[in-house]
Design a protein around this ligand. Structure first.
Ligand code: ATP
Ligand code: MG
Length: 470
């Protein structure tokens, strides 16, 4: 009977990887392609970088590959890994191995090299990642990875509790793979995830940061928050407070966590799934300041005064802790800080926003402003139905933004048609803080639409204000 699911790769391995297999096997060893490449070739996804697993001890592998003229870097020899470079393409080559005990939920206490590929596959995390492929011998799939791939399921190899206890990072990897491929998590594996998620406390923050970034990059953080809140909460403890947090407000039909999940999803919908990473981070963390800022008025209604400011502080702290790059953090934090900022569909209001955002992220005000519109739109449609009208107003704001963009909106002092030297010469004053203040005032007047950004108009305005202050 033929299988009801694909057991054939959609394309053959690239020539540079075949060369590595051939050189190792000609010397009498066995070698297979494993992991991500096999998974992605079976599901017809774009070609993944190639990892090879081999019976050759790394020292022998390195020697044989070098003798064949291949450059080899000793990248992880403690774990039996070397990197061969063929035609400029790196291939990771790892000796068949199993891992000893794990006493810290992170690193195996020791690794043992073994003789059989089956044993090597058994130490891998998920069935879909525990398959090996060889162009002549075909597919090796001892744990039903193909079937799980076809069913769209992430399932641990072996006893999930044991596997997550060995290496707690697998908890987050499970969610990342589910998000990346739009898969669900098999019931027993899911139960173990919930149970073992607290072990993430033993994992280095930057490794957690990488996995959380991977989840955000998939555009499915909304799904992760709804289906695996314990995992995301264990990765970022501040998130836990959002779960089940009633907003006590007629503006909201969801608790903070559900609302956040909806915003993450809506951001994807409004950007056709290509939201920038900073917008995704911002959607994820925009209301992180809410639980700590709740106040209840005499009518029992909840308010969250200052939550964007506290949210920005918390988002910055979280992203820094997770070693997210500074530039990405700056943009995301700016979006969190201004997500509730009142903006009107007028040129003046939009120019003010651009000026504020330019101060946060110089040179990126226009892109950031469009992202702010997307965040606000996603926020509006994820509250009460009566808030949805605001999304229409945001369309008008987007239109104004585009028109300001094409006009080259004036948002900072250096966009002005005159500079410091002009101020000094016109007013006959000495260089100093007065010059900067005069220019800032002119900028404000231009942003507010009171003065045109031309040399004549600015100089006239300069004289007018100078006379007023005399
Ligand atoms: P991608 O690189 O696209 O995220 P991948 O499957 O290549 O996916 P890697 O992290 O590069 O994942 O690891 C390569 C392979 O090594 C995996 O497919 C899996 O078989 C194994 N592996 C990686 N990390 C672990 C882990 N923490 N526990 C068990 N096996 C792992
Ligand atoms: Mg990989």
């Amino acid at each position: 009977m033929s299988a009801r699911f694909a057991t054939h790769v959609a394309y053959e391995p690239p020539a540079y990887a075949l060369r590595v297999l051939e050189v190792l096997e000609r010397a009498g060893h066995e070698a297979w392609i494993v992991g991500g490449w096999v998974r992605d070739a079976l599901r017809g996804a774009p070609c993944h970088d190639v990892d090879v697993t081999t019976s050759a001890l790394w020292q022998d592998g390195a020697r044989i590959l070098r003798e064949a003229g291949i450059v080899v870097h000793e990248t992880g020899t403690a774990h039996g890994t070397i990197t061969a470079v063929v035609d400029g393409r790196p291939v990771e080559v790892t000796t068949y191995r199993v891992e000893g005990t794990y006493s810290d939920h992170r690193h195996p206490d020791e690794v043992h090299f073994v003789r059989s590929v089956q044993e090597d596959l058994a130490r891998r995390d998920f069935t879909i990642n525990a398959m090996a492929y060889h162009p002549k011998r075909g597919l090796l799939d001892p744990f039903g990875g193909c079937e799980d791939l076809a069913a769209g399921v992430v399932r641990a190899v072996g006893d999930p509790r044991k596997r997550f206890a060995e290496d707690a990072l697998r908890v987050l990897r499970a969610v990342r793979f589910a998000c990346r491929m739009g898969f669900s998590i098999e019931a027993d594996t899911h139960k173990a995830l919930v149970e073992m998620a607290p072990l993430l406390g033993d994992i280095a923050q930057e490794r957690i940061g990488q996995e959380v970034s991977g989840i955000l990059e998939s555009g499915r953080m909304g799904w992760a928050l709804m289906h695996e809140p314990e995992v995301i909460g264990a990765a970022i403890p501040e998130v836990t407070d959002m779960q089940g947090f009633d907003q006590l407000s007629s503006w909201h039909v969801f608790d903070v966590m559900e609302h956040t999940a909806h915003v993450c999803n809506a951001v994807e919908a409004f950007t056709a799934g290509v939201a920038s990473l900073r917008l995704r981070w911002a959607a994820f963390l925009h209301d992180i300041g809410k639980p700590a800022t709740l106040s209840i008025d005499e009518n029992g209604r909840g308010h969250f005064y200052g939550h964007p400011i506290l949210g920005a502080i918390m988002a910055e702290r979280i992203m820094k802790r997770l070693a997210i790059p500074g530039e990405l953090t700056r943009g995301a934090v700016a979006l969190v800080r201004y997500h509730d900022h009142i903006i009107r569909p007028t040129e003046r209001s939009m120019r003010r926003v651009l000026a504020i955002l330019d101060e946060e992220c110089t040179g990126e005000a226009m892109t950031l402003a469009h992202e702010l519109m997307d965040l606000k739109r996603a926020d509006a449609v994820s509250k009460q139905i009566k808030c949805a009208w605001y999304a229409v107003e945001l369309d008008e704001m987007d239109r104004i933004l585009r028109s300001e963009g094409s006009k080259g909106a004036t948002v900072r002092v250096k966009d002005l048609a005159i500079g410091g030297r002009d101020v000094i010469e016109e007013l006959g004053i000495d260089p100093g803080p007065m010059v900067g203040m005069a220019l800032s005032q002119l900028l404000q007047a231009v942003i507010d639409g009171e003065v045109e950004n031309t040399r004549e108009a600015l100089i006239t305005e300069l004289w007018r204000t100078a006379q007023q202050t005399e």
